[in-house]
Design a binder for this molecule. Sequence first.
Ligand SMILES: NC(=O)c1ccc[n+]([C@@H]2O[C@H](COP(=O)([O-])OP(=O)(O)OC[C@H]3O[C@@H](n4cnc5c(N)ncnc54)[C@H](OP(=O)(O)O)[C@@H]3O)[C@@H](O)[C@H]2O)c1
Length: 282
Amino acid sequence: MNTFTMNNGRDIPAVGFGVFLVENNGPTERAVTSALKAGYRLIDTAAAYRNETDVGRAIKNSGIPRDEIFVTSKLWIQDYGYEAAKKGIDASLKNLGLDYMDLYLLHQPYGDTAGAWRALEEAVRAGKIRSIGISNHTVSLLKNLLPHMEILPAVNQMECNPLFQQKELRKYMEKYGILLEAWYPLGHGDKRLLENDTLKTIAEKHQKSAAQIILRWHLQEGIVAIPKATSEAHIKSNLELFDFTLSEEEMTAIRALDTGKGTHDPEDAENGKRLSSFKIHD
Ligand SMILES: NC(=O)c1ccc[n+]([C@@H]2O[C@H](COP(=O)([O-])OP(=O)(O)OC[C@H]3O[C@@H](n4cnc5c(N)ncnc54)[C@H](OP(=O)(O)O)[C@@H]3O)[C@@H](O)[C@H]2O)c1
């Protein structure tokens, strides 16, 4: 598996497997088991997905040594603030059945993120988490948080795909060596992306699918992609990216597809209100 090196010197697999909206108690365990068999070595879950226990079960039963799998989870807003975050970190570890996580993210940019970040930093020093990062932080949200950080985020997980390339954010994060990790890399299955003419033409030339072209684009841009798939065929084909290269001309054509707009604006106060009211425990 190809890797990228994060700003703390640790490696992260360049392509991972996401389990957003996959049910716990069976479906997630099955999907992660298939993904590990297909060769994925990064699994992306979150406390708010409520499927950490299935992820942990699949990892344990895979027989793959723990240090060969990169496990990411995320702290939910309800557990922000220093004290609550300490408990949230321990709850994720317990649900996953692990004694450390490879990467742990602040899932959303609302509430006491500075206090929560302090707890994440402490957990790094205690050996409970190897790398820490953020998610859904735009340039301005990241700027607000940076003065409160002793440890820089290793990644920022954001919506990103050829229709929404996060060019401004990527440029800003480059200064700090923060990697972009793309959620919705396949546009959540959006036909405007998967059936885009430019991508289809490039796909035909390489005898690949549009999805594979999209994921290869992320790889060549230095962006970690974490596609989710439940279909066995998708799980397998989304990792068949290492036997071809997009030419500079093809990369340029894909870069031109950027609309600068995605489906989710973290700076929209309504989103903040809606997500902050979502509770994952009593
Ligand atoms: N940090 C955040 O706030 C945040 C937000 C959203 C997502 N995420 C993370 O990002 C991951 C990916 O996002 P996502 O799952 O919503 O969207 P996605 O990976 O962009 O798209 C998944 C959808 O695309 C389909 N698909 C997968 N491979 C395909 C292929 N080769 N050809 C055609 N269709 C294909 C899947 O169908 P099948 O299931 O039928 O295979 C599924 O419907 C999540 O699982 C999660 O880990 C994070």
